[in-house]
Design a protein around this ligand. Structure first.
Ligand SMILES: CC(C)(COP(=O)(O)OP(=O)(O)OC[C@H]1O[C@@H](n2cnc3c(N)ncnc32)[C@H](O)[C@@H]1OP(=O)(O)O)[C@@H](O)C(=O)NCCC(=O)NCCS
Length: 160
């Protein structure tokens, strides 16, 4: 049964997997960043949709860090979960994990934070359910997301 007080991150978390193909690579044989960003945007949008049950749009890709290259033939695991929600916005965290197809060795290759906004039938921002972080990791991600949202608002204010 749905909790009227909100949803936990695990209720909407999404995990998916791809194989990096040659057409998704750059001339050096590693992943083209744009292909990875498209996967990130899609997996994050699905988590946001699952959280609010409404149409969502990407408002911002707030951070994107390519830590490790991904090579043609690597399996790529994407995990997305809701870190934080405002009134109509949701911050989604995404981890992109490179998995060796033979040994199964896993490395975090890319991380991202994105903001999605839920829209009503008139395409206007509309309220989303609260987020209820439960585990220590979920609580930490929630606190860190709060800091990012606060910093973004302060920066916007300073820039006028
Ligand atoms: C995202 C969008 C709906 C926001 O509309 P808006 O008129 O600025 O709406 P509001 O000012 O009422 O803000 C709505 C929420 O979005 C958040 N928001 C708006 N711009 C943002 C940004 N650049 N970064 C993060 N959050 C943002 C606001 O903080 C607010 O959050 P809250 O309701 O949780 O407090 C609008 O900018 C839009 O349609 N953008 C294009 C989206 C798009 O085409 N994406 C690519 C394809 S999916």
């Amino acid at each position: 049964m749905e909790n009227p007080k909100g949803k936990s991150p695990k209720d909407s978390a999404v995990e998916t997997r791809y194989l990096l193909m040659p057409h998704q690579a750059n001339p050096h044989g590693t992943a083209f960043g744009g292909a990875i960003v498209a996967w990130i945007d899609m997996v994050a949008a699905m988590a946001a949709q699952r959280h609010c049950g409404k149409e969502v749009v990407t408002a911002a890709i707030d951070s994107l860090v390519f830590k490790e290259p991904i090579r043609i033939g690597d399996q790529v695991v994407l995990k997305a979960s809701i870190n934080y929600v405002g009134r109509s916005s949701m911050e989604v965290g995404v981890q992109v994990i490179r998995e060796d197809p033979y040994g199964g060795n896993r490395v975090i290759a890319t991380t991202a934070h994105l903001t999605f906004v839920a829209l009503d039938e008139n395409k206007r921002p509309t309220a989303v359910p609260p987020i209820l972080p439960e585990t220590e990791q979920e609580k930490k991600r929630h606190e860190n997301a709060k800091l990012r949202v606060k910093a973004r608002k302060e920066l916007l204010k300073k820039m006028g």
